[in-house]
Design a protein around this ligand. Structure first.
Ligand SMILES: [Zn+2]
Length: 326
């Protein structure tokens, strides 16, 4: 394993960021893989899974079982990691530009962006590194949610292989040509540089919720990533077949975020993973104790994908995501 520290100039004097890139050298020409965690700087499940994966990658590299190069960025966002407010690392939006760290990706390489803010140069740097690999996995998590994937619709087959390895319960497919997220921006750059072919695959992995950070889940998710690397031949290992249920597959537009019509305390009636019927009460919002509450109903039959991890909400806040699945 070789460690590269990429220096990223901050936007103020006297500061620099460091991006840590771990490179594992494969001995064959199997698929090369790029894995990054915590692009949303406060999302820890992917980072702790990578911590458990690294010893396995070192062992595979040292024993000659690594057949393709693997590049790992355990924490992809030192810019966001440095931004805190009132004791909390916010992580999702750049506090300076207010732009989501997983949106608005530059189309140019980092070397052409020297005068741009650090968050833009960071995004370009990540894409510059990622597009060198055949497979790109961007590890995130939701507020509260199951293990689920975002993949382009035309890559659903490979999405199923990844879902089997990780034991993901849902795959959301995207047909958009607008490269809004990291995995889609990587796909766009591959296409722009005529690197797109059937061997290239990029996905966003949502490793459940913000608080699903435990030794057991880290181990399980490292095992899942290892299993996927073995499934695509990047690691040479014969693993017994895993029994997994087929994931629920839905289009990203069928997963609807439902906003609250009122502010107040949020009381959920349903949990992540529940099946619900159209009109079923999902939550109660208590605006004025003893006087007023509002109910939030499901707009269709479906599957509860995600919930907020806060229980005080403002009017118009999205509080629950239901995947329409008649
Ligand atoms: Zn995220």
């Amino acid at each position: 394993m070789e460690t590269e520290l990429i220096r990223l100039q901050a936007d103020t004097s006297g500061q620099d960021f460091r991006l840590r890139v771990l490179r594992f050298q494969g001995s064959g020409n199997a698929a090369s893989v790029y894995i990054q965690a915590a692009l949303h700087a406060h999302e820890m499940p992917g980072m702790v899974a990578i911590d458990r994966l690294i010893p396995r990658l070192i062992e595979a590299e040292n024993s000659g079982r690594l057949a393709g190069n693997v590049t790992v960025l355990p924490h992809a966002n030192p810019v966001g990691l440095a931004q805190g407010l009132n004791g909390e690392t916010l992580g999702r939006f750049d506090l300076n530009s207010r732009v989501n760290f997983n949106r608005s990706f530059p189309t140019k390489p980092a070397k052409e962006l020297s005068g741009k803010p650090a968050s833009e140069r960071l995004k370009a740097t990540l894409i510059d590194i990622a597009i060198q690999s055949d497979v790109v996995l961007d590890l995130h998590c939701d507020d509260e949610g199951p293990l689920y994937l975002y993949v382009s619709e035309h890559q659903l087959g490979e999405g199923h292989r990844l879902a089997r390895a990780l034991q993901a319960s849902v795959i959301l497919t995207d047909t958009s040509t607008d490269p809004i997220s990291f995995d889609l921006a990587v796909g766009n750059r591959w296409a722009a540089e005529s690197r797109s072919d059937d061997a290239r695959f990029a996905a966003t992995v949502e490793f459940r919720g913000m608080l699903d950070v435990t030794p057991a889940l880290a181990e399980q998710d490292a095992e899942g990533l290892y299993r996927y690397l073995a499934a695509i031949g990047t690691i040479v290992d014969e693993l017994p077949d895993l029994f997994t249920e087929d994931p629920i597959v839905g289009h990203v537009d069928a997963a609807e975020l439902i906003p609250s019509p009122a502010p107040g305390a949020l009381l959920y009636d349903v949990d992540v993973g529940d099946w619900v019927k159209k009109g079923q009460r999902l939550a109660v919002v208590l605006s004025e104790p003893g006087a007023h509450h509002e109910e939030i109903q499901s707009p269709f039959d479906g599957f509860v994908m995600t919930r907020r991890n806060q229980r005080l909400i403002r009017r118009g806040d999205d509080v629950i995501k239901v995947l329409c699945h008649p």
